[in-house]
Design a protein around this ligand. Structure first.
Ligand SMILES: N[C@@H](CCC(=O)N[C@@H](CS)C(=O)NCC(=O)O)C(=O)O
Length: 204
C-alpha cells in the first residue's frame, strides 16, 4: 500500500507514526495537492492528503479514518482501545490534537495572504482561542500521567504529540511550553521515540 502525503502535513505525520508503530510497510509518496501535477484528486475527491491507497486500488481518507483502518490491520501494538469508553476517550484526544492543527493551519494560511486580504483580528483570536483552550484541556487531562489515556501509549499520545510538534513548526511565536510544563515533558519523551524522530516534518 502507499501513502500520499507531504512532510509539511501534520495529518500525514500522524498516519506515518501509526504505520511505524504498527510496523506496517508502505510506500511513502510525496504529493502536494496544491500543485497542478498532483494525483491526490484521483484517489480522494476532496483533493486532500493524507490518502492511503490499498493494494487493491481502493483509497482510505481522512487521517482519522486511515489510522483506524491501519490499527485494525493487525492486533499488534493496538493504538485504539477496543473497549467503548476508552475508544471514545482516545478518539476525543485525537479530535483535540487535530483541532489544534486545523486552527494552526488556518492561521498559517491566513498569514500567507497579502495583508489587505487577511481575515482580521477576530478570526485570529478565534483560532488562537481554539489552540489555547485545547492546550489547557490537554495539560489538565494529562495531569500526572505518563500517557494521555489509560496508562499506555495510544493514538491519544500520537495526536497530542503531533499537534505539539506542529505548533513548534508553524506557530513557534506562541511558545506553548510556557504554562504547559506537563505537555512540555510529554513532548520531550515523544520526540525521542523512533516513530516521531523518523517522521519529523520539514520546516514550513
Ligand atoms: N481532516 C483532514 C484534513 C486534511 C487536510 O487538511 N490536508 C491538507 C494538507 S495538511 C490538504 O490536503 N489541503 C489541501 C486542500 O484542502 O485543498 C484529515 O485529517 O485528513
Amino acid at each position: 500500500m502507499k501513502l500520499l502525503g507531504s512532510p509539511a502535513s501534520a495529518y500525514a505525520r500522524k498516519v506515518r507514526i501509526v504505520l511505524e508503530e504498527k510496523h506496517i510497510a508502505y510506500d511513502y509518496v510525496v504529493d502536494r495537492p496544491t500543485r497542478p501535477e498532483s494525483k491526490v484528486k484521483d484517489f480522494n475527491p476532496l483533493g486532500q492528503i493524507p490518502v492511503l491507497v490499498c493494494d487493491d486500488g481502493s483509497a482510505v481518507y481522512d487521517s482519522s479514518v486511515i489510522v483506524e483502518y491501519v490499527d485494525g490491520l493487525s492486533a499488534a501494538s493496538r493504538l485504539i482501545p477496543e473497549a467503548f469508553a476508552d475508544r471514545i476517550a482516545v478518539k476525543r484526544w485525537e479530535a483535540l490534537g487535530d483541532g489544534i492543527v486545523d486552527a494552526t493551519v488556518a492561521l498559517l494560511l491566513d498569514g500567507r495572504r497579502e495583508e489587505d486580504k487577511r481575515q482580521g483580528a477576530e478570526f485570529q483570536a478565534r483560532q488562537n482561542g481554539k489552540i489555547t483552550r485545547g492546550l489547557a484541556a490537554m495539560e489538565r487531562d494529562l495531569g500526572a500521567n505518563e500517557f494521555c489515556h489509560g496508562g499506555a501509549f495510544t493514538l491519544a499520545d500520537i495526536a497530542c504529540g503531533v499537534a505539539l510538534g506542529y505548533l513548534d513548526q508553524a506557530h513557534a511565536k506562541m511558545d506553548w511550553r510556557k504554562g504547559h510544563p506537563t505537555l512540555a515533558r510529554l513532548s520531550e519523551r515523544l520526540t525521542v521515540r523512533g516513530s516521531f524522530a523518523k517522521t519529523i516534518g520539514d520546516p514550513l
